[in-house]
Design a protein around this ligand. Structure first.
Ligand SMILES: Nc1nc2c(c(=O)[nH]1)N[C@H]1C(S)=C(S)[C@@H](COP(=O)(O)OP(=O)(O)OC[C@H]3O[C@@H](n4cnc5c(=O)[nH]c(N)nc54)[C@H](O)[C@@H]3O)O[C@H]1N2
Ligand SMILES: Nc1nc2c(c(=O)[nH]1)N[C@H]1C(S)=C(S)[C@@H](COP(=O)(O)OP(=O)(O)OC[C@H]3O[C@@H](n4cnc5c(=O)[nH]c(N)nc54)[C@H](O)[C@@H]3O)O[C@H]1N2
Ligand SMILES: [Mo]
Length: 751
């Protein structure tokens, strides 16, 4: 029997077949994702945590900073004795240090499903217990989350910008900084039952829209769109945008009336533009001065949408290209017009711009966070390494709490964080690390306690996402493997031992909760929003429920533009701030009061002559199911592929298919070489998400033997403003790997 199910990369149904599962895309999906090919492996024992484990040193010697963390043996233990020990450890830490001693930020994408969402589970568990230190913002768009509210008064540009429908119908020119990569739009947080971005772009093109791709990679925009490709030097978009602003001002092309009516600080900003000539920009960005002039002139000729991918801001000084794009869109006077203005993150997921997302969804209540102590999410290693140290963020001076117990469910910091050797030191400084994982990821391997979690295939849930119109009755496809338990049941067991069991569970089992969430939603928020949803049993029988249509066209800031006094933005001036007295007042040299050009600190040199673009992977979601068929099919010589321009490969005597070593100031990893002219010369590209394999690395004399790019990246915040992730860039050298490459060991059961 075919069972409805869902994932962040698509709705599907699954059939148990020959001891495995077969996966079929949702019949209404016009463009299903190849990532579905990774799902089947989750139902096999490969790389699964089949029962709870502890690290020997922690079990025998007790908690404390430990150099053995990540290298020690694991012992299988019984659920009950392990839960007893972890509850006792929680008591010890809470009694001695209070909730500020626990870190349960637990960043990560986990799985689709409204109830079994691992972070929501962990956050409810810790809120009931008195709180824990958590994290602010995301790795995805941490810059935008802090900067946009200060510049345009909200996060709308990255959450709900002008709709695709509006672009399809009205835009003449799409200036795509960081592109609109098809690979990224395959994914949407919480699920996606119809993949639409490729079709929308095609229709805009058919109507006559022109595309300019600004990116070091040609494949960041579908070839069929016939885009002009500007292979910009990584990290220089702000210079390009400021020079385009310069041209507008120098040639009197800017919309002075719009600047007066709808912006604040334009005089200050315009006064800085003199130095950013197109000739200067050519030297910085690699884009010719003539092209810079042409872009600025074309942008005012028709309706222009400036898009900045989230990646362009996931860099050191990433505030600048984003703010400069807002300034450019303001100078051409198109903010608030159909198909015009700017957006941040179109195609960065399949959800952005898809629909308004105004309907309520079934929601697992987490209770309020009683502690409310947060660190910027990408500062986790700093916090663990430097308790008590002060740091700046968004105008505040804060102090890192002393974190002793680290509790993670549904994330993989040994995939997502930068400079993994430093993260190893940080994890070794903790006293206890507890991880819930279905798989033996590097994070599980750096824990003291590994709770064996179920995968979504092993439990019922409700699949629903903000920008999708389908709720999916996710069914249980097969029995849990080994002794795997739902995160909910594990946390319920811990809660009972900590005397918070009743409040955490409210007396319900997991399946009872799922039904309860549906019924609460159906009779409460859904009914109030005018949605007539069926009772739970009918939902189960149908396998899905489709939400009523929402308005399809949305134009961001349209009412503000029409009447800025009646509908001001929520900025201090009520206008788009091209100069922000607030940010200027913070006195940050790494993020002054208006968009500027800040030269990168790490530039190619004799030792590390290549730019590395460390983007999100095409063959999986982050590190999830790296052992799945689609991800494995992309590997080269069993390692993560690294792409290089033919000229750079020839200069090093490298050939396609061979194992190479990438080195940066932080570390080194192996990769499998792909030679391609889709990259700007001098740029190499390696995606994130290959499972960190220090064992194979040690055998090869490198940091990671498999190709986790985050051994190369630098662990530094975007600036003192957002303190956001900067993992997208690094500088590296690439050379041939001599000798027999070691076997990748990270998918084996640990010793
Ligand atoms: N260099 C560089 N680094 C980056 C980026 C970059 O551009 N460059 N991008 C960053 C971005 S945007 C992001 S969002 C992060 C992503 O980083 P993460 O979200 O941490 O990456 P995932 O691989 O999705 O990790 C989710 C983990 O949850 C586990 N999991 C899945 N379902 C369940 C469940 O039900 N229960 C439990 N307990 N576990 C479950 C999975 O097995 C997996 O290990 O990476 C960031 N890192
Ligand atoms: N298939 C797949 N889809 C995903 C994900 C995944 O892991 N796999 N992750 C999801 C998540 S959590 C997120 S946050 C989004 C991320 O969405 P993005 O951040 O937009 O995606 P990335 O792939 O990191 O980067 C997009 C492109 O930006 C280009 N780029 C890099 N540096 C520069 C630069 O300096 N200038 C310019 N102009 N371009 C540059 C790169 O060539 C890269 O391919 O993707 C989501 N979608
Ligand atoms: Mo992300």
């Amino acid at each position: 029997m075919s069972i409805p199910h869902s994932s962040h990369w698509g709705a599907f149904s699954a059939v148990a077949a020959d001891g495995g599962v077969q996966v079929l895309p949702h019949p209404d999906d016009p463009d299903p994702s190849a990532l579905l090919g990774n799902v089947a492996v989750a139902a096999t024992p490969t790389a699964r945590v089949l029962r709870p484990h502890v690290r020997r040193g922690w079990w025998e010697d007790g908690p404390g900073p430990d150099e053995r963390r990540g290298r020690d043996e694991f012992l299988p233990v019984e659920w009950d004795e392990l839960l007893d020990r972890v509850a006792a450890e929680y008591r010890r830490v809470l009694d001695a240090h209070g909730p500020r001693g626990v870190y349960a930020g637990s960043y990560g994408w986990a799985s689709a499903g409204r109830f079994h969402h691992a972070q929501s589970q962990l956050h409810r568990f810790s809120h009931v217990l008195g709180g824990a230190v958590r994290s602010s913002w995301t790795y995805s768009h941490g810059v935008g989350e802090v900067l946009m509210p200060r510049v345009v008064g909200s996060q709308e540009p990255l959450i709900s910008p002008t709709s695709w429908t509006s672009i399809e119908e009205h835009t003449d020119l799409v200036l795509a900084f960081g592109g609109l990569p098809a690979k990224n739009s395959e994914v949407a947080s919480g699920g996606i039952s119809r993949h639409e971005v490729a079709g929308r772009l095609r229709r805009a093109r058919e109507r006559g829209a022109e595309f300019v791709l600004v990116s070091p990679l040609r494949d960041d925009l579908a070839a069929e769109l016939g885009a002009q490709w500007l292979d910009v030097v990584p990290g220089t978009d702000a210079a390009l945008l400021l020079a385009m602003c310069h041209v507008l001002e120098a040639e009197g092309l800017h919309d002075a009336a719009f600047l007066r009516r709808c912006t604040a600080g334009s005089e200050e900003f315009l006064a800085t533009l003199g130095e950013f000539t197109p000739e200067w920009a050519e030297g910085v960005t690699g884009v010719s001065a003539a092209t810079v002039r042409d872009l600025a002139r074309r942008a005012v000729r028709g309706r222009t949408m400036v898009t900045v991918s989230w990646s362009v801001a996931r860099t050191r000084f990433g505030e600048q290209p984003l703010w400069a794009a807002v300034a450019f869109a303001a100078m051409i006077g198109q903010i608030g017009l159909p198909g015009g203005g700017f957006g941040h993150g179109y195609a960065s997921t399949g959800g952005v711009g898809k629909r308004a997302g105004s309907y309520p969804l079934p929601t697992f209540p987490q209770f309020a966070d009683p502690l409310r102590v947060r660190i910027p999410v990408a500062r986790i290693a700093d916090a663990l390494l430097h308790p008590g140290r002060e740091y700046d963020v968004d105008g505040r001076r804060e102090t890192y709490p002393h974190l002793r117990l680290v509790h993670w469910a549904g994330g993989n910091p040994f995939h997502h964080h930068q400079d993994l050797s430093r993260l190893q030191r940080a994890f070794r400084a903790a006293e206890t690390v507890v991880v819930h994982e279905p798989f033996w990821t590097a994070t599980a391997r750096h824990a003291d306690v590994v709770f064996a979690s179920t995968t979504t295939l092993e439990r019922e849930d409700i699949g629903a996402a903000r920008y999708d119109d389908r709720l999916i009755a996710m069914g249980r496809v097969h029995e849990p493997l080994g002794q795997a338990r739902d995160d909910y049941d594990v946390l319920a067991g811990l809660s009972r031992r900590l005397d918070t069991g009743e409040r955490f569970t409210e007396g319900r089992t997991g399946p009872e909760w799922v039904e309860h969430l549906w019924e609460e939603w159906r009779t409460g928020p859904a009914a109030r929003a005018g949605i007539t949803a069926p009772p739970y049993a009918e939902f189960l029988a149908a396998g899905e429920f489709v939400l009523p249509p929402e308005p399809t066209e949305k134009v961001m800031f349209a009412s503000f533009r029409a009447d800025p006094d009646t509908y001001p933005l929520r900025t201090p001036s009520g206008r788009v701030e091209l100069h922000s007295p607030t940010i200027a007042g913070f006195g940050y040299d790494d993020c002054p009061g208006h968009p500027v050009w800040l030269a990168p600190e790490e530039v190619p040199d004799a030792e590390f002559p290549l730019h590395l673009v460390a983007n999100n992977p095409a063959t999986r979601l982050h590190s999830q199911l790296d052992h799945g068929a689609t991800s494995q099919a992309g590997k080269v010589a069993g390692r993560e592929p690294v792409r290089m321009h033919p000229a750079d490969a020839a200069a090093r005597g490298l050939r396609a298919g061979q194992v190479v070593v990438l080195r940066s100031r932080r570390g080194s990893c192996l990769g499998g070489l792909v030679v391609s002219d889709a990259l700007r010369p001098g740029v190499v590209q390696m995606s994130t998400g290959a499972w960190f394999d220090p064992v194979a690395g040690a055998a090869a004399g490198v940091t990671c033997g498999h190709g986790n790019v985050n051994v190369l990246t630098r662990d530094v915040g975007s600036s003192r403003l957002a303190q956001a992730c900067t993992g997208q860039h690094a500088t590296v050298q690439v050379s041939a790997f001599e000798g027999d490459p070691p076997r990748v060991t990270v998918f084996d059961q640990p010793s």
